[in-house]
Design a binder for this molecule. Structure first.
Ligand code: BGC
Length: 436
């Protein structure tokens, strides 16, 4: 394989991403705390440990600075801010104010995610997102957070990957609340997520405008995959269409345009603007090859791996061209700016992350040079952390984390990314030093 130098396009901001439950730790009353208590994390780890970030904010901001990031995507923990319905914690929100001020003091632009898979137990135990109350609940939480932080933060992600949360929580049953094959729950909650975003989009804009913010940016982080048919049969093609629709298109279309595709219901919502996305957030990891089968339980498609494809530690295909294809599809369809809100890989031994970064940034640069308006790239993730049902042992970090001592060490791939962020290019020297 030959590597060639390339430049990072001028307007692409480079950064890294985390989310609250992944890194904070602590005895928080949320669905992941309980899921951990119930022994449902594969390697026995627990959300209360994570990276103990809550006690290490200053030194963790130094880590971000240490890799020359211009921007950083962080999340807030709903249960820390609203431990009881309608009762907000000043102490809870103060933690995020402090962290964001530190980021700004270091010239790092924050992008804040309001919801990333974690529900306070008072909400979880009252129907979570399947309950129609979830929409108002989210709006009230969002209002408080934006009121408190909106003088510091211009850029917001309302929701992270409702499709992944619903697939694992309501279809496969391996995430809380552990429902299997609950399509009724899946679609009811999908509708509430869409409504929550559409209303929050307007609400956040109004709030930020009244605070004098000139260029508010509000969007959703969507998990988008490539689905390719295993063969030319009508069944495989039909399965690809069905899976694409139910796993991604109903979310993209409703949350970007306010249009509800069948079988999603609109709950009476009527779009009044051309779009509800100042950017479309794309979390891109991998692709699935779909083979059509006569089995409604798998939506008529078996998910296979491409033969001989390179795989990461979790057996996900590494497919950089997919990032180009996804950006092109989304841009051609919606003509909205794109943020790559997550892209990264699970590689405990740091064997292939450097090449992963090289390949993905290269196709991204090509996409931008071809006219696709991609404005940000957030590498997932800053440091190894609590990776949901996989636990602490699935390692996606630019920094290695020792979960016993909480000592963080920059990986070689992290050093490579830090060099790219600093010099805004991949040079012949870097290729020599990191890729050969
Ligand atoms: C999620 C992250 C997760 C990453 C890697 C994304 O689907 O948003 O929370 O860590 O994938 O699994």
């Amino acid at each position: 394989m030959s590597y060639t130098p390339f430049k990072i396009p001028k307007n692409l901001l480079l950064g890294s991403a985390t989310a609250a439950t992944h890194i904070e730790g602590g005895e928080q009353e949320h669905n992941w705390y309980r899921w951990s208590e119930l022994g449902n994390i594969k390697d026995g780890s627990h959300s209360k440990v994570a990276c103990d970030h809550i006690n290490r904010i200053e030194s963790d901001v130094d880590l971000i600075k240490g890799i020359n990031n211009e921007t950083y995507r962080l999340g807030v923990e709903w249960s820390r801010i609203e431990p009881e319905e309608g009762k907000f914690s000043e102490e809870g929100i103060a933690i995020y104010r402090k962290e964001i001020k530190l980021l700004l003091a270091n010239n790092i632009k924050p992008l804040v995610t309001l919801w990333h898979f974690s529900n306070p137990l008072w909400m979880e135990d009252d129907g979570a997102w399947v309950s129609p109350k979830s929409v108002q609940r989210f709006l009230s939480f969002s209002k408080y957070v934006v009121d408190q932080l909106g003088d510091l933060v211009e850029d917001w992600i309302t929701l992270n990957e409702p499709n992944v949360y619903l697939t694992f929580g309501y279809f496969e049953g391996i995430w809380p609340p552990g429902n299997k094959g609950d399509l009724k729950g899946y679609f009811a909650a999908a509708k509430h997520f869409a409504l929550a975003h559409l209303h929050a989009y307007e609400q956040i804009h109004e709030q930020l405008k009244s605070k004098g913010c000139k260029d508010p940016k509000v969007g959703v982080a969507h998990h988008l995959r490539i689905f390719d048919p295993a063969n030319g049969s009508w069944l495989s093609k039909m399965a690809v269409n069905l899976i694409s629709r139910l796993f991604q298109n109903i979310f993209l279309e409703s949350m970007t345009k306010g249009k509800f595709l069948f079988p999603l219901r609109s709950g009476g919502f009527k779009a009044t603007r051309a779009h509800y996305a100042d950017f479309i957030g794309i979390n891109y990891y991998s692709r699935d090859i779909i083979k059509g089968v006569l089995n409604p339980a798998t939506l008529f498609g078996d998910r296979l791996l491409k033969e001989n494809a390179p795989l990461n530690d979790l057996d996900w295909e590494i497919y950089p061209e997919g990032l180009y294809r996804i950006c092109k599809q989304v841009y051609d369809k919606y003509q909205r700016p794109i943020f790559i809100t997550e892209n990264g890989t699970c590689d405990a031994a740091d064997n292939f992350r450097t090449k992963f970064i090289y390949d993905h940034l290269k196709v991204l640069s090509k996409a931008i040079n071809d006219g696709i308006d991609i404005q940000r790239y957030y590498h997932w993730t800053l440091l190894d952390n609590f990776e949901w049902a996989e636990g602490n042992s699935a390692r996606f970090g630019l920094y290695h984390n020792n979960f016993e001592t909480q000592e963080r060490t920059l990986r070689k791939s992290g050093e490579f990314y830090a060099n790219i962020c600093e010099e805004r290019l991949v040079s012949a020297r870097m290729i020599e030093a990191f890729l050969k």
